[in-house]
Each structure stands twice: as structure tokens, then as C-alpha cells.
Unconditional design. Structure first.
Length: 157
């Protein structure tokens, strides 16, 4: 596996987290009434959840840009993606009520429908989760090859 592919993936994920963090933090400053309602799973108001998750995403994005440990960068990405996946599955499993559209949405500032944003976020989630697991497994197999006496060049192609 070429390190440039892993680095490219990590940088792309950094941009994704930076953009989604910005979107969450900007949305949290809006005036849609849904922001003042409690999150159906976590409890606190949506404005607080968006601020907290947006801040966490921004921190992860910074680490992805400046960090040097590929394994940790990929592990953080997998951890974040796993949390988002579990949250979405829990919403689906509990059949959490969808708030009335009259309350506004956190995507009101975007020129896309909430449905299109949801599809896009599912695609991004798949990219984050599958990509991080894929590159982590390659990193682990590369490490085990090196530990077994193979050279890094044997597994980097």
C-alpha cells in the first residue's frame, strides 16, 4: 500500500470533518425552533449537541491535518464514523419521531433539501467508515508482515 493513498484519504477526511464541523457550528447559531428541542437520543437541546459534535469534529480535523501517526489518525476516523453509525442506527431502531417541518431544520441554510443532505451524509458516513476500516486493516497486515520478517517494500505496492 502506498503511503500517499493513505495520506490522501486522511486529508480528504480532514476536509470532510472541517466542513461538517463548520456546518454544525454555523447551524447551531441559527434560529430554527428545532435547535431548542431536545435531541431524541442524547437529551440535550440540538443546539448544544451540534456545538459539541462540531467542536469535536474540528479538533479531529486539525489532528488529521497535522498529526503524524497514521494508525491513530485512521483509528480516530473509525471511532468517529462508528459513533455516527451507531447514532443513526439508534434513531432508526427506536423509530425516533421526526420533528415537524414547521420547526425548521438544521439544513435550512443549505441550498439542498433535507432529504438530499441526508443521502449525502449517509454516503459520507460510508466513506468514513469503510475507508478507515480498510486502511486500518492494511496497516495492521503491513505491521504483521514486517514483524514476520517481510520488508515494508514487500507490502507497500
Amino acid at each position: 500500500m502506498k503511503d500517499v493513498r493513505v495520506r490522501g484519504y486522511i486529508i480528504s477526511v480532514g476536509f470532510i470533518f472541517a466542513l461538517t464541523a463548520l456546518a454544525k457550528l454555523v447551524s447551531a447559531t441559527g434560529n430554527a425552533r428545532i435547535l431548542d428541542l431536545g435531541d431524541p437520543l442524547l437529551g440535550p437541546e440540538n443546539r448544544l449537541v451540534l456545538t459539541g459534535v462540531g467542536t469535536l469534529e474540528a479538533g479531529v480535523a486539525i489532528f488529521l491535518f497535522i498529526g503524524r501517526t497514521r494508525w491513530l489518525q485512521l483509528s480516530l476516523t473509525a471511532w468517529m464514523a462508528s459513533n455516527f453509525l451507531v447514532y443513526r442506527l439508534a434513531l432508526w431502531w427506536t423509530d425516533a419521531p421526526k420533528p415537524c417541518g414547521c420547526l425548521g431544520t438544521v439544513t435550512d441554510a443549505l441550498p439542498l433539501s433535507p432529504r438530499m443532505v441526508d443521502y449525502g451524509m449517509k454516503g459520507i458516513l460510508a466513506y468514513l467508515f469503510i475507508g478507515s476500516i480498510f486502511f486500518l486493516s492494511l496497516q495492521m497486515s503491513r505491521s504483521s508482515e514486517c514483524a514476520a520478517g517481510g520488508s515494508v517494500s514487500d507490502v507497500s505496492a
